[in-house]
Design a protein around this ligand. Structure first.
Ligand code: MG
Ligand code: MG
Length: 598
């Protein structure tokens, strides 16, 4: 299907918005009046620019409060409409949006509304223009799509149809019964379909709409169900995104447009009108790769955690540290990075790395060039929205290129490992990429997104949302933090699974490791909330171990101090399914308290 996006959904000048929409692969745009008014380009130049960019102008939005108003007001509306229709002729736009009136003097009179819209459509027809009438959820007298359609039907004019907007419809309720009326509208009378999702919030619908809309798949609405219903009417116009969102307004237009277009590709997949390559769900974490200007502090930390340096890359300054199934690569080729040690890449075990990369590419994920040395295994990799490189790996599968063969053994683990593997990876997202990151991991990697949780931070609020595969062998906690410039606190972390966190923490400390200190008040509160065996709580207090419980089991965990922009967590998960969100405020406060003075 054709895809379109409203210019209001993107930041920047009209030219920047058009360029971003075109580069992201959209077929058309809806132009908002304000974007045109503020542009130095003439309507003819805008038309030419769109043509050069391969974009059609699918809709123009200049008109409000048209119908069911006093007659002198309506006379002025028609005069204004004539000017706008002339402008649209110069633009080459053939559909105009008219939202249901919010005018204080508008009357509750469907016959008058139909009469006014019929007159407007008559005028539009002279210019070869169609009028799409849309019910705003907060319209003064017309606020539902079926009411708007009854008025359009009564007006009975070939140049008048309706515009359906998923936000206005679904914000008023999504019970199947309330959507059944869509099937009564003939497809050729649906002149336009605007799509937006939104998180499920209990707030004033106008504010909800103006600030919190997001792209389909990023919120809580079943946009796919609505689109299926609209397609069943025979609607064959574009799927057009109309998203008012405070974050997208500020974020760079290029990545937002890609995120937006990806949401429509995923939506078309969901409703069955296109079939991109199926997702190849990762089956485990092969490695986490740290890039550091100085290998010494991170090597000391890994050593204290019980890791052994087991192998070295044949052609690059990269060491493999291993403990059980936990593998951490330490790459010192990134010495030029000014921001210190950070998590740069993740290896994900994939049943079919090439197919995983094809899925990613089909959903507009940047596929990374295979920048490896000639003799190295050619690995398929893509870049996540936060810049983390994701490698699709086939460790121990001799028939496929294998990253492990690029490494030469230099040592081996001795004794029983205290760490069994990587429990989860926690990736802090740039503040404007949170919704994009969730959609990316869900759609590109086929991971399941859990509920979003808000966590108190001493200097703001952190939102966090985990994405996982079915058996929990891949868990990524995505978060977006307050104080976005403070990378030492809002750092990435690697959580290591152990079946004995007390033993692991004790060995770590005895090996010279430093556990993040947790205040005594936290343990006093734990004593109030739970009953522990004799001495258990004192052990946790001594070792900085935090505790949580959910209906499925218990969780004990502790944190190392931060090196650069990364820290480790030791976790003992006994049936528990969460990530210790209950304890995160204490952890964040402790990290703020312990950050180096600058
Ligand atoms: Mg709309
Ligand atoms: Mg964690």
């Amino acid at each position: 299907m054709r895809t379109s996006i409203a210019t209001v959904s993107l930041s920047g000048s009209l030219t920047e918005k058009l360029t971003a929409a075109s580069r992201a692969g959209f077929d058309g745009v809806e132009i908002f009046e304000n974007d045109l008014l503020a542009s130095p380009l003439t309507p003819e130049e805008i038309r030419g620019r769109c043509a050069d960019l391969g974009l059609t102008i699918d809709l123009y939005q200049p008109m409000r409060d048209i119908e069911a108003v006093p007659s002198d007001e309506f006379g002025r509306n028609l005069r204004r409409a004539r000017h706008k229709f002339e402008l649209m002729r110069r633009l080459g736009a053939d559909t105009v949006l008219v939202c249901s009136s919010v005018h204080p003097l508008a009357v509750d009179d469907d016959a008058l509304a139909a009469y006014h819209l019929r007159q407007l459509a008559d005028l539009a027809q002279d210019f070869g223009i169609r009028v799409a009438y849309e019910a705003l959820a907060w319209g003064r007298h017309v606020s539902t799509y079926d009411h708007a359609w009854r008025i359009v039907e009564a007006a009975d004019h070939p140049a008048l149809g309706t515009c359906l907007d998923s936000f206005h419809i679904l914000s008023r309720g999504s019970e199947p019964k309330s959507l059944e009326g869509i099937a009564d509208i003939p497809g050729e009378k649906i002149f336009f379909l605007q799509l937006a999702d939104a998180p499920l919030l209990a707030m004033d619908v106008l504010q909800w709409s103006r600030h919190y809309r997001c792209f389909p798949g990023q919120g809580g609405f079943d946009v796919a169900d609505l689109v299926r219903r609209v397609l069943q009417t025979g609607y064959d116009g574009p799927l057009s995104l109309e998203v008012f969102n405070d974050v997208f307004r500020q974020a760079e237009a290029g990545p937002t447009a890609v995120d937006a277009h990806r949401s429509l590709l995923v939506l078309q997949d969901a409703v069955g009108v296109s079939t991109p390559p199926a997702p190849v769900v990762p089956t485990g974490v092969a490695f986490a790769e740290l890039v550091t200007p100085d290998a010494e502090p991170i090597s000391a930390l890994l050593g204290a955690l019980g890791f052994t340096r087991t192998a070295r890359h044949r052609s690059k300054p990269v060491d493999l540290w291993q403990q059980g199934e936990a593998r951490v690569l330490v790459n010192t080729a990134g010495a030029a990075r000014r921001d210190g040690t950070g998590l740069a890449a993740i290896g994900l075990e994939s049943p079919d790395p090439a197919a995983a990369a094809r899925r990613a590419e089909a959903l507009l994920a940047p596929v990374l060039p295979r920048r490896r040395a000639l003799e190295d295994a050619p690995l398929d990799a893509v870049e996540a929205p936060d810049g983390t490189e994701l490698f699709f790996c086939a460790t121990d599968r001799p028939e496929l290129p294998n990253w492990r063969t690029d490494f030469t053994d230099v040592g081996h683990e001795s004794g029983t490992p205290g760490v069994m593997g990587i429990d989860h990876l926690a990736l802090v997202q740039p503040w404007h990429h949170f919704d994009e990151a969730t959609l990316f991991h869900r759609s590109v990697l086929g991971l399941h997104a859990q509920e979003s949780v808000d966590v108190a931070d001493p200097y703001g609020l952190m939102r966090s949302r985990a994405v996982t595969n079915a058996d929990g062998s891949v868990r990524i906690a995505l978060s977006v933090g307050a104080a976005p410039t403070d990378d030492t606190v809002h750092a990435q972390h690697i959580a290591l699974a152990t079946d004995d966190v007390v033993g692991a923490a004790r060995r770590f400390r005895e090996a010279g490791g430093r556990v993040l200190p947790i205040p005594g008040n936290y343990y006093d509160d734990l004593a109030a909330r739970y009953e522990f065996a004799d001495g258990e709580l004192e052990t946790y207090r001594e070792l900085g171990i935090l505790y949580d419980r959910d209906p499925h089991g218990e969780f004990r965990h502790c944190y190392t101090v931060t090196v650069g922009r990364v820290f480790f967590e030791l976790v003992q998960r006994d049936g528990y399914r969460g990530y210790g969100a209950q304890n995160a405020p204490v952890r964040l406060a402790a990290q703020h308290a312990g950050r180096p003075v600058r």
